[in-house]
Design a protein around this ligand. Structure first.
Ligand SMILES: [Mg+2]
Length: 223
């Protein structure tokens, strides 16, 4: 009996040895992995953006120019990310995009870019799908949406503030344009070509004078 136990033990040791040998001879492939550690002491900004959301919004009957259900779903997805990752100190969204700012001293995933981007993007996208019915009760999700993502590093506060100002200016311009465009088309009964012939200032004046429309604060400033 003891002989048998010894044989089994010996056999297991041999197997372990062979696996270790095999592992070490293949392990060199790890050296092909790129080191994507982000610079220390910099603000990490992760911006996600909906892929082909122009088509996606049409396929899911988003109301124009702003669909509150869609905006709330984006916010809730961002909230889901922030609830899970304490290192995300600020997030800002507009339309089909969301920016997440990580603490300057964050050591999340050892600041590895691919880990940070893929994890935050997949959490956001999964939340968007998971909570879809919470906001779009009458509208079925016809196919899975996708978001692309990028990481940008900002070394000083001024750069970060300018980044936020840039996104805020973008939402203002886009919403002014969209509100103008869709009001002129839906209420003004103009064709898209006629709308394009108006200048930016003419559009703004037209909205204010003939349609008594002022940009809503929440749309103008986003979320
Ligand atoms: Mg976009």
């Amino acid at each position: 009996m003891w002989k048998q136990i010894y044989k089994v033990k010996n056999y297991n040791q041999q197997i372990t040895f062979y696996f270790k040998m095999a592992k070490s001879s293949f392990e060199y492939v790890k050296t092909f992995e790129a080191d994507d550690t982000l610079l220390p002491n910099t603000w990490i900004v992760i911006r996600l953006d909906g892929k082909c959301f122009h088509k996606f919004s049409e396929d899911h009957n988003f109301s124009k120019p702003n669909d509150l259900r869609a905006l709330k779903l984006m916010n809730y997805s961002a909230f889901t990310v922030m609830r899970e990752f304490n290192d995300v100190t600020l997030s800002y969204g507009q339309s089909d995009e969301y920016s997440f700012v990580l603490k300057k001293q964050s050591s999340l995933y050892k600041r590895r870019a691919s880990k940070l981007l893929t994890t935050i993007n997949s959490k956001f996208t999964a939340a968007y799908v998971y909570f879809w019915s919470k906001f779009f009760s009458a509208e079925n999700l016809k196919y899975p949406p996708a978001f692309d993502g990028r990481i940008v590093l900002y070394p000083i506060e001024e750069n970060l503030i300018d980044y936020m100002k840039w996104r805020q200016a973008d939402v203002h311009i886009n919403n002014l344009y969209n509100t103008t465009f869709w009001t002129l088309v839906l209420k003004g009964k103009l064709s898209p070509m006629q709308v394009f012939c108006y200048t930016f200032r003419q559009n703004t004046v037209f909205l204010a004078q003939y349609h008594q429309i002022k940009m809503k604060y929440c749309f103008k400033n986003s979320t």
